[in-house]
Design a protein around this ligand. Structure first.
Ligand SMILES: Nc1ncnc2c1ncn2[C@@H]1O[C@H](COP(=O)(O)OP(=O)(O)OP(=O)(O)O)[C@@H](O)[C@H]1O
Ligand SMILES: [Mg+2]
Length: 293
């Protein structure tokens, strides 16, 4: 685990044998027109095929960071390189093809008259002919389990259905990276589990790198290869989910509560007078840790 001491920038060069770096945010800051600081000396990277979780309290800069990595926002200072192209350079004009964002509010993303039109929009914009775009769109809807929704009107879908269609719309463009902004907010536990399964499948089957901004620390604990804690516009620590979520001081200094699984395990050990020396991150791990203690 690496803890960073503000305001020192921390952008290590890729180490030997490490997977390829797809996103490199080098000490980037963003000040909004009204003077609010969105991110401040933010250093962040995403490697090929990994799931990185961004966890931090409200207003810490997670969404602002995500909007920088597909060029929706430009840094006021610092540099962002995506798949070898510097954001802002002419080569990076097509960044939206490489990095898709699934926004927190699906209504911000869906606009076409039917679901199929909506999901076909990206492939058509990539220059595919209509038949191919249709095939890609139907395949993407099937991948997310929304194959029956193609003729529906996006406006009349439930929140969970809209989220699936929004993911299909991004997936149909075959991006290298997908950033999810609070993908499970407003969803019931069944739909949240579905999204979790989809995220895993996108990485494991399609090799897509995932950035996950979330307040759901249990989700991050189960899914992420690496967790970055975001505080006041910068990343204050990063490491494996177990290293981060079992560091009580760090989590509380960031203004967060540990995942429920961590709290339950600690309470159980405390009530039984046991040392909490295991680090379960999901229900199965928790049961195993408790039964073996
Ligand atoms: N369009 C904007 N104009 C001005 N300030 C903004 C704008 N968008 C965000 N901010 C400010 O930038 C900071 C970071 O906001 P951001 O939305 O990135 O945080 P976040 O971590 O995504 O929060 P949340 O968990 O609530 O979604 C906040 O102080 C916020 O008020
Ligand atoms: Mg946000």
């Amino acid at each position: 685990m690496t803890e960073r001491v503000s305001p020192v920038c921390y952008c290590p060069p890729p180490s030997a044998g490490e997977r390829r770096e797809l996103i490199h945010v080098d000490c980037a800051s963003h000040i909004y027109p009204d003077g609010s600081i969105g991110i401040h000396q933010m250093c962040f990277r995403v490697l090929e095929g990994e799931i990185v979780a961004l966890c931090g309290p409200n207003g810490s800069g997670k969404s602002t960071l995500i909007e920088h990595i597909n060029g929706l926002l430009r840094p006021s200072e610092g540099k962002i390189v995506v798949n070898g192209c510097s954001v802002g350079s002419s080569q990076a004009a097509d960044l939206w093809k490489e990095v898709g964002i699934v926004f927190q509010r699906s209504d911000d993303q869906l606009f076409a008259p039917t679901v199929l039109d909506d999901v076909m929009f990206g492939p058509l914009n990539l220059g595919m002919e209509e038949g191919q775009a249709r095939t890609e769109a139907l395949a993407a809807l099937e991948t997310v389990g929304a194959e029956g929704l193609d003729t529906r009107l996006p406006n009349y879908l439930s929140g969970g259905e809209k989220r699936l269609v929004a993911i299909a719309g991004i997936l149909a463009m075959h991006p290298k990276i997908i950033a999810f902004d609070e993908p499970t907010s407003d969803l019931d536990p069944v739909h949240s589990a579905k999204i979790e399964e989809i995220v895993r499948k996108l990485r494991d089957v399609y090799g897509i790198s995932i950035v996950l901004a979330t307040h759901d620390l249990d989700l991050a604990a189960r899914l992420a290869d690496r967790v970055c804690l975001v505080r006041k516009g910068s990343i204050c620590a990063e490491g494996s989910p177990a290293d981060i979520f079992y560091n009580e001081t760090l989590i509380s200094n960031t203004g967060l509560l540990p995942p429920a699984v961590v709290r339950i395990y600690r309470s159980y050990c405390k009530s039984k007078g046991l040392t909490a020396d295991k680090r379960p991150l999901d229900a199965a791990g928790l049961i195993e840790a408790i039964s073996n203690s």
